[in-house]
Design a protein around this ligand. Structure first.
Ligand code: SF4
Length: 219
C-alpha cells in the first residue's frame, strides 16, 4: 500500500487540547470537501509506503524527547488514505497517533486521539442554504470547529460526542471576505478572534483554540 503525502515536518501542535506539544505532522494530499476559506496547500504529493513514512518521521525525532513520540495525521483529509497497515506500523515504532479529520469518512481502529473538525457544505452562503457535511464518526476525543460566523456551532453538539469542544477563529483567506458577506474585520489581525471570544463567553460550553504555531512563527 502507498500513500499520497504532501509533506512531513516536525513542529509544535498549535491547536486544540494538545496545543504546545511537539509532534511530527504527516500531511496527506487530497480532500473530499471544498471549504471556501481553506488555506491548506495539499494538492502536491509524493508517493510513499509505510516504511518510507516511518523512516522520515523517525529521522525527524532524532533530537526529540523519546518518551513522547506524537504523530499527527492531517491533510487535506487523511481518513481517505489512512488504513490499518499504517496505524500498525506507527504503533510498532512507538508513536502515539493523532488524526485531524473532517469526520465524513470512517477511520481504521486503533488511532489514539481523534480530532474531528466538522464542516458545513457551501458554508459561505447564508445558513438556510448551507448544510452540515454528513458525518461517519460519532464518538471522538475532540471537536474543533472553525467559527465562520455564518452559522451556529451548537448544531454539532447533537451530532458528535467528545470530551473537548474547541472553537477556533477564522482567518481571512482568499475570496472568503468578499463572498461571505462580511464587510470588514474588527481589527488588523485578519481573523474574527474578538467575535469568537464573545461567542464563547455567551456559550461557555466551548473553549478557545488559537493557532499557537502561527503566533510562535512556526509552520
Ligand atoms: S475539510 Fe479541511 S482540508 Fe478539506 S477543504 Fe475543508 S478546511 Fe480544507
Amino acid at each position: 500500500m502507498t500513500y499520497r503525502i504532501n509533506e512531513i515536518f516536525y513542529t509544535l501542535q498549535g491547536e486544540g487540547a494538545h496545543s504546545g506539544i511537539p509532534a511530527v505532522f504527516v500531511r496527506f494530499s487530497g480532500c473530499n470537501l471544498r471549504c471556501p476559506w481553506c488555506d491548506t496547500e495539499f494538492a502536491e504529493y509524493s508517493t510513499m509506503d509505510a516504511d518510507a513514512i516511518i523512516a522520515e518521521i523517525t529521522g525527524l525525532y532524532d533530537v526529540a524527547n523519546e518518551r513522547r513520540k506524537m504523530v499527527v495525521l492531517t491533510g487535506g483529509e487523511p481518513s481517505l488514505q489512512v488504513d490499518a497497515e499504517l496505524v500498525k506500523a506507527l504503533h510498532d515504532s512507538g508513536f502515539y497517533i493523532c488524526i485531524e479529520t473532517n469526520g465524513t469518512h470512517p477511520l481504521p481502529d486503533g488511532i489514539d486521539w481523534i480530532t474531528c473538525s466538522p464542516k458545513m457544505i457551501e458554508s459561505r452562503k447564508p445558513e438556510a442554504e448551507s448544510h452540515p457535511a454528513p458525518l461517519a464518526l460519532r464518538k471522538v476525543n475532540e471537536v474543533k470547529v472553525v467559527f465562520t460566523g455564518t452559522y451556529d456551532p451548537e448544531i454539532w453538539r447533537s451530532r458528535l460526542e467528545a470530551e473537548h469542544w474547541m472553537l477556533q477563529p477564522l482567518r481571512y483567506t482568499g475570496e472568503w471576505l468578499l463572498e461571505s458577506g462580511i464587510d470588514e474585520w474588527e481589527d488588523d489581525r485578519n481573523d474574527n478572534l474578538d467575535e469568537t471570544v464573545r461567542y464563547i463567553l455567551a456559550h461557555p460550553f466551548w473553549r478557545l483554540s488559537v493557532q499557537l504555531h502561527k503566533i510562535a512563527g512556526l509552520r
